[in-house]
Design a protein around this ligand. Structure first.
Ligand code: F6P
Length: 370
């Protein structure tokens, strides 16, 4: 593709795992840009891959091709979590994998194409890349996204509310079947090292036990809570467990990925480990396990996420107009603000044991197994 645009140009991309609301951000950027006469918006397909590819995979974004996309899940620009330009994976003919730093090539390409600014919509990993590119001179702005809500400097990331809604709806369904069979139901949710999805859905859905990475659980205490409920209480138990939860002195359940360029350990499987631990610790009730997995990231974003994503999109374009480079849009106390990327990536957003929602959960009788 050859870009012959005479207008000033901004490049938008989505990186890392997808998340409901990405399309609403893209639409917000495009719609806001249309209020300025001299700007055009382009999208790089599959994070920075589109710019680095030959032929180029870059799409001009217009009112026409972004109309109505705010209600759609996924991202019209596609995404990848294997495209770090600083550690670009290459496989040689004998199948060995090595890494190449393509950041200079990327910066040169973006300059050559006359993009005045870049908006990187992505989670923690993507914003670390944004900061490194900013340090190398790129005019870059970050928009935080992730269902995990683990980005600090912002109260919420879009996608989180949708994931919580999906998890809560699923818990509602598990409650009725748990009740009919006098069973213990374990529902495993995503969230990596943060328990936000688990905590919110446990409170929303009325779980009896909520196990999160920030509070390692004592299996004996979980069994005690189950026995109390089964024998003297309602006769059934609903447990929400975060994929990153772990027992006291135990480890997170994860597996290495053999996907080239994938930088994370894959979490998942704690529901089955917990089930086995409960039986070994003397739990007599029947147990069933449900792993929600990627259903939490799919489908239509909730109204809240569409609103938050639209606010982030409009603001991100205004940050381009104001040349607020090296910064990320965020929401704090119901206000849309900007924070430096450096501050944004400085800290991980864990649940503090003193958080108001932890005490709310304890007040409702939810056990953290501690
Ligand atoms: O970060 C979002 C997230 O959905 C995590 O909650 C989960 O552990 C991970 O991504 C799954 O990644 P993938 O889609 O690569 O399997």
């Amino acid at each position: 593709m050859i870009i012959t645009e005479s207008k000033r140009k901004v490049l938008v991309l989505t990186g890392g795992g997808d998340c409901p609301g990405l399309n609403a951000v893209i639409r917000g950027i495009v719609k806001r840009s249309r209020r300025e006469k001299d700007w055009a918006v382009y999208g790089s397909i599959e994070a920075f891959n589109g710019v680095l590819k030959d032929p180029l995979e870059v799409l001009k974004l217009s009112n026409k091709n972004t109309a109505g996309i705010h209600v759609k899940g996924g991202t019209i620009l596609k995404t990848t979590n294997k495209g770090n330009p600083f550690e670009w994976p290459i496989r040689n003919e004998s199948g060995e994998v090595s890494q190449e730093d393509r950041s200079d090539q990327l910066i040169n390409k973006i300059e050559e194409l006359n993009f005045e600014a870049v908006i990187n919509i992505g989670g923690d990993g993507s914003q670390r890349i944004s900061q490194k590119l900013f340090e190398k001179g790129m005019n870059i702005i970050g928009v935080p996204k992730t269902i995990d809500n683990d980005v600090s400097s912002t109260d919420y990331t879009f996608g989180f509310n949708t994931a919580v809604q999906i998890a809560s709806d699923s818990l509602d369904k598990l409650v009725t079947t748990a009740e009919s069979h006098h069973r213990v139901m374990i529902m495993e949710v995503m969230g990596r090292d943060a328990g936000w999805i688990a905590l919110h859905s446990a409170v929303a859905g009325g779980a009896d036990v909520c196990l999160i990475p920030e509070i390692p659980y004592d299996i004996k205490k979980v069994v005690h809570k189950i026995n109390k409920r089964i024998i003297k209480g309602k006769g059934f138990v609903n447990i929400v467990v975060a994929e990153g939860a772990k027992p006291l002195d135990g480890k997170v359940v994860s597996s290495a990925s053999n996907e080239v360029g994938y930088e994370h350990e894959r979490l998942g499987g704690i529901a089955f480990q917990l089930s086995a631990q409960l039986k070994a610790a003397g739990c007599k009730a029947d147990i069933r396990e449900t792993v929600l997995g990627h259903t939490q990231r799919g489908g239509t974003p909730t109204a809240y996420d569409r609103v938050l994503a639209s606010m982030f999109g409009v603001k991100a374009f205004e940050m381009v107009l104001d040349k607020e480079y090296g910064k990320m849009v965020a929401i704090k106390g119901n206000k849309i603000i900007t924070v430096t990327l450096k501050d944004a990536i400085g800290e991980y957003n864990y649940i503090d044991g003193q958080d108001y929602l932890v005490s709310t959960a304890r007040g409702l009788g939810i056990s953290f197994g501690d």
